[in-house]
Design a protein around this ligand. Structure first.
Ligand code: GDP
Length: 137
């Protein structure tokens, strides 16, 4: 079993796509270990995306991620990290394959509906950033 971390981003929550995205995730055989609807401050979003601090879109990204409620979750299945990345599709929805979550639900390269950890180290950091151990039993 492997765990990964995911966020339904503010664009998708605002557009009413939470159930649609969770449905795709469950159809793909992920178990939802933990889930929380919440809002991020800009500082909390900056801490989460600290690896991108030098990127030109960092200010815009952290403003977007703190613009409305998100749904944060920990997902589990064998090969969860790579399988979620595949289910999400490319960062830019214009390049996302048919059948992927971003192809169906994303609006733009920034407002792209869903986040998924890109490796084991980032999954461990991101799960710990949002959830305490006692919430992950
Ligand atoms: P991901 O792993 O597919 O989410 O993509 P990255 O790790 O490269 O980027 C993190 C997030 O930053 C993306 O999901 C987008 O929300 C945003 N992002 C990425 N590239 C761009 C860009 O060129 N412009 C803007 N405005 N946002 C971007």
């Amino acid at each position: 079993m492997e765990r990964t971390f995911s966020i339904i981003k503010p664009d998708a929550v605002q557009a009413g796509h939470v159930a649609g995205i969770l449905s795709e995730i469950e159809k793909a055989a992920f178990q939802i270990v933990a889930i929380r609807k919440m809002s991020l401050s800009k500082a909390q979003a900056a801490g989460f995306y600290a690896v991108h601090a030098q990127r030109p879109f960092f200010d815009s990204l952290t403003t977007f991620m703190s613009s409305g409620p998100i749904v944060a979750m920990v997902l589990e299945k064998p090969n969860a990290i790579a399988d979620l990345r595949k289910l999400m599709g490319a960062t830019n929805p214009a390049n996302a394959e048919e059948g992927t979550i971003r192809r169906k639900f994303a609006r733009s390269i920034e407002a792209n509906a869903i986040h998924g950890s890109d490796g084991e180290d980032s999954a461990a950091f991101e799960i710990g950033y949002f959830f305490a151990g006692y919430e992950l039993l």
